[in-house]
Design a protein around this ligand. Structure first.
Ligand SMILES: [Fe+2]
Ligand SMILES: [Fe+2]
Length: 294
């Protein structure tokens, strides 16, 4: 069982529900951050990683459900599954629009599918301890990844610079609706991990794995988009550009990202210490996409 059980900072508890959404991509330009293909494509990587990644969350959590002995946590996990299934579909729905604009992501998404379905998929393990070990590893990986989805969700809800530079409102709404639900359900994955295991060594090990995999997949995704964008002559993508765009405020800042690492690794960490549920709920109440579209 668990080592330590850090408590939420607030007693707030939101009943999670999957919201139907609708986004119309007709008017969204290829470079939806105007004149800034690097920022556009850095954020576009979400459309490549999330469909397979969030489908994988759902797949793993369905296997974890029978081991949950707390009714409220089970209800939270079911709500989480419903939300992630819709997130995965909503990002997948952007891909045909990219194809129409001459940017076919299939060679990259095939690699991402392999990563989640094969490398992190079900293994032919004997029942009992080996099978449970693999389930707990994946539950812990999801908790680490959700630290970053909540970080990004909180960032995009507050990224006023994207509005100022004239980013496409439909894309911003997709990102902020998703980001708001990530903030809303940010405690679920960590609480499930603490409920089923909570071991600190596993938390640290799986954080290192999740972080390395995210950095690896993300930089490959940005390079893929820049190299295959039919409109670009200057196709380079560099870490320096990422740092500069973070300083400008159109991408998360590198110092903020680095500071989030020791927070997750702190033994006192609880996801409710980060982000603002009231802000997320306010966005969800006003999101055009989550309220029947425009
Ligand atoms: Fe999500
Ligand atoms: Fe999530």
């Amino acid at each position: 069982m668990s080592n330590t059980q850090p408590a939420p900072v607030a007693s707030e508890h939101v009943e999670l529900k999957a919201r139907k959404v609708s986004f119309d991509w007709e008017e969204t330009p290829l470079h939806w951050v105007p004149g800034d293909p690097f920022t556009t494509h850095t954020i576009n990587v979400l459309h490549l990683l999330l469909p397979a990644g969030e489908r994988w969350f759902v797949h793993v959590y369905q296997q974890a459900l029978p081991y949950i002995t707390d009714d409220r946590l089970r209800a939270d996990v079911i709500g989480f599954i419903g939300q992630e299934a819709i997130h995965s579909q909503a990002h997948d729905d952007v891909l045909p629009h990219l194809r129409e604009q001459g940017l076919d992501p299939t060679p990259y998404t095939a690699q991402v599918d392999w990563f989640f379905e094969k490398l992190l998929g079900d293994r032919t393990l004997p029942p009992g301890r080996p099978r449970r070990w693999w389930l707990l590893e994946r539950v812990a990986l999801i908790a680490a990844i959700e630290h970053y989805t909540a970080f990004l969700g909180n960032w995009v809800l507050n990224a006023d610079e994207l509005d100022r530079v004239g980013a496409d409102p439909t894309m911003l709404d997709l990102l902020r609706w998703h980001g708001a639900e990530e903030v809303e359900h940010r405690s679920v994955a960590f609480e499930l991990f603490m409920h089923l295991d909570g071991g600190y060594r596993r938390r640290a090990r799986t954080w290192a794995l999740a972080f390395s995999a995210l950095v690896f997949l993300w930089q490959r995704g940005v390079r893929f988009f820049m190299e295959n964008d039919p409109t670009l002559l200057e196709r380079k993508a560099s870490f320096g550009q990422f740092v500069r765009k973070g300083r400008q405020g159109v991408l998360p800042s590198t110092p903020d990202m680095l500071r989030s690492i020791p927070r997750y690794l702190s033994r006192a960490y609880h996801p409710s210490q980060e982000g603002d549920t009231a802000q997320a709920m306010a966005y969800l109440a006003s999101s055009p996409g989550a309220n029947g579209g425009r």
